[in-house]
Ligand binder design. Structure first.
Ligand code: SF4
Ligand code: SF4
Length: 381
């Protein structure tokens, strides 16, 4: 085993324990934020024509402000904190922000366009304690719409494969605005060949809503979902995407404002990147009462929403409220694609322990104690 593989393995074991703790908390406490996305700088070095999340001028948020915001997210019980932008690697103290997220016990993730990655920068991200990095790649060759292109970024991906001790996810993108939908499949295959996780996103309009896909795009989406072979990959929780790809609405509750928070550069909480302005409450004033009220509020934009990270938090809540049915649905969808598929023994063992009414309580208590994931007795979070 190469040194980097060994290091990656050594880092992955405690990370999996922390993820199991995050999952256990999400299963026991319905009111803390599972995921918060926080913007350390709105500026971006690129200008993808479909994007409404960047400008060319904003300065970085002062580091002291960012640290306070991370601390407040911790007080609210947030389990995953994602740094996004703009381009978050333009923040001069990015590593300190990652370190603070880790010190506060959350999983630290970074969404970047990848342009600033070098072997040395990747090693510094390792040292800061980054858990996951995600890059969206829009096409193979750069064009007028996007320069987040495989041809430009492939060297960066090779550096990540050689040096990153954190998990790497490559998100390919399908959308009516992108010229060559087959590019998404090329990107996905390259990601898997380099040992990365691969997801696929559906391009949305300026309100986070669906732009319907044609039959060619739908066929490619089905191919990409075959490339990712992990049972619990979010790429496989494809009910959302399959419906959206066919122009059909999804029936789900969007828990944004409670289970998911978006913190802009001004320190205001919004439902998501595409619903900025609502509720726009300063994070410093955001309380557990806000989490409950805003998380429970129905969102008119939910049926055609393509914001996958919020869809994913809803998936965890679905698992909490209907565990047996949700697991059966995931397995059934996987078997539709791959009729010979058998659930791994670990999944069967966990289902035996946690999904049987007579055993669930006992094993649940043991797991919460072992993972130190029991909700705070005072706050319930
Ligand atoms: S790289 Fe990301 S933030 Fe920058 S313009 Fe493109 S999509 Fe927007
Ligand atoms: S449904 Fe939720 S995540 Fe989707 S656009 Fe609306 S507020 Fe944002």
């Amino acid at each position: 085993m190469s040194v980097i593989r060994l290091r990656r393995f050594v880092r992955a074991v405690p990370r999996r324990v922390r993820e199991a703790r995050m999952f256990a908390r999400a299963m026991t406490s319905p009111h803390h934020p599972i995921l918060a996305q926080i913007v350390p700088v709105r500026r971006c070095n690129l200008s993808c024509t479909y994007c409404n999340e960047f400008d060319r001028v904003s300065p970085p948020v002062p580091t002291a402000e960012m640290l306070q915001r991370i601390d407040h997210l911790h007080r609210l019980g947030t389990t995953i904190i994602t740094l996004s932008g703009g381009e978050p690697m333009l923040h001069p103290d990015l590593d300190r922000l990652i370190e603070r997220i880790r010190q506060r016990g959350a999983i630290a993730t970074l969404i970047t366009n990848g342009y600033f990655l070098t072997p040395d920068r990747i090693r510094r991200l390792n040292r800061a304690g980054l858990d996951y990095l995600q890059i969206s790649i829009d096409n193979v060759q750069p064009d007028d719409v996007s320069k987040k292109s495989l041809r430009v970024l492939d060297r960066k991906l090779e550096w990540l494969a050689a040096h990153a001790e954190f998990g790497v996810t490559i998100n390919s993108v399908l959308g009516a605005d992108l010229a060559n939908p087959e590019d998404a499949l090329t990107v996905s295959r390259r990601a898997r060949a380099l040992g990365f996780a691969s997801t696929v996103g559906v391009l949305h309009d300026q309100h986070g809503q669906l732009k319907p896909l044609g039959p060619r795009h739908q066929a490619i989406l089905a191919e990409i979902l075959k490339v990712e072979n992990s049972l619990f990959s979010f790429a496989h929780f494809d009910r959302f995407q399959n419906n959206l790809a066919r122009g059909l609405p999804n029936q789900w509750h969007c828990g944004a404002g409670g289970r998911f928070l978006y913190i802009c550069e001004d320190g205001l909480v919004h439902y998501c990147s595409q619903q900025r302005g609502t509720p726009a409450i300063p994070l410093a004033d955001y309380t557990p009462a806000h989490l409950r009220a805003e998380g429970a509020r129905p969102k008119e934009c939910a049926p055609f929403c393509t914001i996958s990270c919020v869809n994913q938090t809803a998936m965890l809540d679905e698992f909490r409220t209907r565990p047996r049915e949700t697991l059966d649905e995931i397995i059934a969808r996987r078997m539709q694609r791959d009729p010979g598929f058998q659930p791994p023994p670990l999944v069967n063992a966990l289902a035996w322990m946690f999904l049987h009414p007579g055993r669930r309580e006992f094993f649940g208590k043991v797991a919460l104690r072992v993972l130190r994931a029991a909700p705070d007795a005072r706050t319930g979070r």
